[in-house]
Design a protein around this ligand. Structure first.
Ligand SMILES: Nc1ncnc2c1ncn2[C@@H]1O[C@H](COP(=O)(O)OP(=O)(O)OP(=O)(O)O)[C@@H](O)[C@H]1O
Ligand SMILES: [Mg+2]
Length: 337
């Protein structure tokens, strides 16, 4: 048995005949904040449901805190859940929503009061005790859902896209809040998102999934700088990915001389790794948009579309004009075939 706090071993998860997750292995350390990242349908929620005990694995084992819980009912696993629809009780006050689980456990009134108040304070909702969920903003409801889970002192807290209903600003605030709560409480958390920037900002480790399998797993900085596969690179923002054949970059639409030697069968560049305004290549500007600190170009060239970010202090090249660009060796990410 591994010394991981949460260990998924050979986990196969099916819906009837459909295998959503085949043979998954994942170890999570105590206190770790894991982001499960991946496109829609890759098995993130399915994996979370299995950890929570809401889905019985067809094969494999789930160990939490040294105990095999594969056949343990959901309510005996010590897991907290915050899902996308946070399912607050509409007829209960905020305080009673948070206190609900403790009441079910028949804790003494004084303890319920103290823990629920502390839980509301943790998520910054002191003063909102008497409100009904309908009288609170989306972000406040989200925090209430978080508090409701936290007061149960779960061994593991599972969060399935808990920020997806929030506007951009609130999302950022909640992101920071979550990170702080996690560091303060030391609770092991698995956080599902399909937003790579959210995963990068929050996680100790990103687990990138594809078709029910782990494509790559590592610290955010590693996935960001060193995606191992074409899929991982694409997901982590390398929007320009081309094959290499002899001295040329190739795509389905054409080829372009690379201009320097490489051993890699595939090279990838982020938009900000493409140099514009000078360089050996040329293409037509088909889109140009102001993005605050930089300008985003889409350039039509023999390889197809190139996405390039230009510093905002460089002269804008209008739509339909030709623009020179370079795909520099220094910013190229080599990928295996
Ligand atoms: N109740 C179900 N019955 C049958 N198939 C299901 C069921 N729930 C999910 N699936 C299938 O299992 C696969 C994984 O689904 P899952 O919900 O885990 O994806 P996800 O990664 O959470 O996606 P999203 O980002 O869209 O939430 C998908 O192919 C999906 O169609
Ligand atoms: Mg999901």
């Amino acid at each position: 048995m591994s010394d991981a706090f949460v260990s998924l071993a050979g986990l196969t998860l099916s819906y009837g005949e459909t295998v959503a997750v085949p043979d998954l292995d994942l170890d999570i350390a105590e206190g770790e904040l894991i982001a499960l990242l991946g496109p829609s349908g890759c098995g993130k929620t399915t994996t979370m449901r299995a950890i929570a005990g809401l889905l019985t694995p067809a094969r494999g084992r789930i160990v939490i805190d040294g105990e095999d819980v594969t056949r343990t009912p959901a309510n005996k696993r010590g897991i907290g859940l915050v899902f996308q629809s946070y399912a607050l009780f509409p007829h209960l006050s905020a305080f009673e929503n948070v206190a609900f689980g403790l009441r079910l456990r028949k804790r003494p009134e004084a303890e319920i009061r103290a823990r629920a108040e502390a839980g509301m304070a943790t998520v910054g909702l002191t003063g909102f005790e008497g409100r009904r969920p309908a009288e609170m903003s989306g972000g406040q409801q989200q925090r209430l859902a978080l508090a409701r889970s936290l007061v149960m002192e779960p061994k593991v807290l599972l969060l399935d896209e808990p920020l997806s209903n929030l506007d951009a600003r609130l999302r950022l605030d909640m992101r920071n809040e979550l990170q702080r709560v996690q560091k303060d409480t030391g609770i092991t958390m698995v956080f599902v998102t399909h937003d790579q920037s959210e995963a990068l900002a929050l996680a100790d480790r990103i687990v990138l999934m594809k078709d029910g399998r782990i494509e790559q797993s590592g610290p955010p900085a590693e996935l960001y700088a060193e995606p191992a596969t074409r899929f991982a690179a694409d997901f982590m923002g390398f929007e320009n990915i081309f094959g290499v054949e002899g001295p040329d970059l190739v795509s389905e639409t054409g080829r372009l001389p690379l201009g320097y030697p490489t051993d890699s069968p595939i090279l990838a560049w982020r938009p900000d790794g493409v140099a514009v305004g000078a360089g050996p290549h040329s293409g037509r500007v088909t889109a140009s948009s102001f993005a605050g600190g930089h300008r985003e170009y889409v350039i039509d060239c023999p390889l197809g579309r190139i996405k390039a970010n230009a510093p905002i202090d460089t002269a804008e090249v209008p739509l339909g004009r030709d623009i020179a660009f370079d795909l520099p060796q220094a910013t190229a990410r080599p990928l295996a075939a």
